[in-house]
Design a protein. Structure first.
Length: 220
């Protein structure tokens, strides 16, 4: 290999190695930023005696959108990235971050039933709270649904969209029933909220299935 080629090869190798190093640091920096606010809150919660109480868990988990299994997988992968970086460079900040995320994983595993129940409740509120409010005011929910199909994940060309909507309600009611089966009786506040959503979903379903517009769609 000529001197010029060797120089080019060394330079290319240096660029690749440097780029990979920068990518790793960038990735770890993103992990630090991603969890910074949450871990600050989490560490405060761990020091409190009420860390298992419903309002505390609602506040703690409110910013996470993934099911517990996917969130645990994400946190596990982030911990692995941090440990990989620690093999190259020692950092007490990264050691603490890895420790805090490991503690969070243990906490989430212990409370994953509650976490997933809260996620179901949040999704129901996001999807249907407007309709629950309309029902309380004795207003027309079907007209609202027909005008906002995208909001309820309904296809614009779905001729049986009200039927599809009711089927989706049944799926959410099934999730609510599963929460009843799995959540410990200690979490009475969560169980009460669960019961409220169950009643609201039944009222919403009935407002649709007993309406002539729903029956007409079913006959088509």
């Amino acid at each position: 290999m000529s001197t010029i080629n060797r120089s080019v090869f060394k330079y290319a190798f240096f660029i690749i190695f440097y780029s990979l190093g920068q990518l790793t640091c960038h990735s770890v920096d993103e992990i630090q930023k991603k969890y910074a606010n949450f871990l600050q809150k989490f560490n405060v919660v761990l020091q409190q005696k009420n860390s298992r109480e419903y309002p505390v868990l609602v506040d703690l988990f409110e910013n996470f959108q993934k099911p517990s299994g996917l969130l645990l997988k994400q946190v596990r992968q982030d911990i692995q990235k941090i440990k990989k970086t620690l093999k190259k460079e020692k950092s007490s900040k990264l050691v603490n971050l890895s420790h805090d995320l490991t503690n969070f994983m243990s906490f989430l595993k212990k409370h994953k039933v509650i976490y997933d129940a809260l996620l179901v409740h949040r999704n129901i509120k996001h999807l249907y709270q407007k309709l629950f409010d309309l029902l309380d005011k004795n207003q027309d929910v079907i007209s609202y649904i027909m005008q906002h199909k995208n909001q309820f994940n309904l296809q614009q060309n779905d001729q049986y969209c009200l039927h599809t909507f009711v089927e989706n309600i049944k799926k959410h009611r099934h999730k609510i029933s599963q929460i009843e089966d799995y959540v410990h009786s200690d979490y009475i506040d969560l169980k009460l909220q669960n019961y409220v959503y169950k009643i609201e979903l039944v009222k919403l379903r009935n407002a649709i299935i007993f309406d002539q517009r729903y029956r007409i769609q079913k006959k088509k």
